[in-house]
Write a protein that binds this ligand. Structure first.
Ligand SMILES: Nc1ncnc2c1ncn2[C@@H]1O[C@H](COP(=O)(O)OP(=O)(O)OP(=O)(O)O)[C@@H](O)[C@H]1O
Length: 229
């Protein structure tokens, strides 16, 4: 079976500092969910940047969906990321002047593979965006009438989740995706995200400080003084 993520002898240090990341082996199979935790400064964001191919200068190998990222040119790596990774970050990175559907369909403008999958899923990319937004319980009257800058934080978070999911990328990477939500909204959001992931079969990597979320994941990676897989 091809692993969706394989880290081997991964080591990364900032200049003049001891290693912040030291991982012998980590494998994630299709559909697996991994929770990454650790104190502030333990390297969680650095690790995500290594996995997305945004941070160069490491030792070891990062292989996503069978491709070793360091062997790709920087341009090919950008395209690979667009094709295979859905990113759901704390600050959402939505384009504030675009409406909800146009934000959700953005990955499909960068990736023919995701455009094809999204079209196959619902008949058209726009319809798949609307299905995901509906699934994440955003009201249809907002889809085209509102710019995302005019949404609440919780609504923006759900638009960002729909954008990460569209076109069923192999790997969803989420960094503190529920940090702005109260407990009830968090539980509801995670439930919807898990249901959608079950259908898409995507693998999930999530960083969070929230112990209530940790309990919902079968696998954990603890970063810090002693890294435990
Ligand atoms: N550009 C950089 N140059 C030098 N050191 C950096 C840089 N970015 C991060 N670091 C250091 O690397 C370590 C890990 O940082 P990182 O942001 O990955 O931690 P984190 O676990 O995500 O923290 P938090 O939970 O606070 O977001 C920290 O000691 C940080 O100071």
């Amino acid at each position: 079976m091809t692993h969706i993520l394989h880290l081997k002898n991964l080591q990364f240090s900032w200049p003049g500092q001891p290693p912040v990341i030291e991982l012998d082996q980590l494998h994630l199979a299709p559909g697996e969910h991994l929770f990454i935790q650790g104190p502030s400064g333990s390297g969680k964001t650095t690790l995500l940047n290594l996995i997305t191919g945004l941070q160069p200068g490491y030792h070891g190998a990062v292989t996503v969906a069978g491709r070793e990222l360091a062997r790709l040119s920087s341009r090919a790596r950008d395209q690979f990321r667009a094709d295979h990774m859905g990113l759901l970050f704390q600050q959402f990175n939505l384009l504030p002047y675009l409406n909800l559907v146009d934000n959700v369909t953005l990955p499909c403008t960068l990736s023919a593979a995701r455009r094809t999958t999204a079209s196959q899923d619902s008949g058209s990319v726009d319809r798949e965006a609307e299905r995901l937004l509906t699934r994440l319980q955003l009201p249809p009257q907002l889809f085209r009438q509102r710019r995302t800058a005019e949404l609440s934080i919780g609504q923006q978070q759900r638009v960002a989740a729909a954008r990460a999911l569209i076109g069923r990328p192999a790997l969803i990477i989420a960094d503190e995706p529920t940090s702005a939500l109260d407990h009830a909204s968090r539980d509801h959001f995670i439930q919807l995200l898990f249901e959608e992931l079950e259908q898409s079969g995507s693998t999930l990597l999530m960083v969070s400080h929230d112990p209530a979320l940790a309990a919902r994941f079968p696998r954990h990676l603890q970063l810090g003084a002693a890294t435990i897989c």
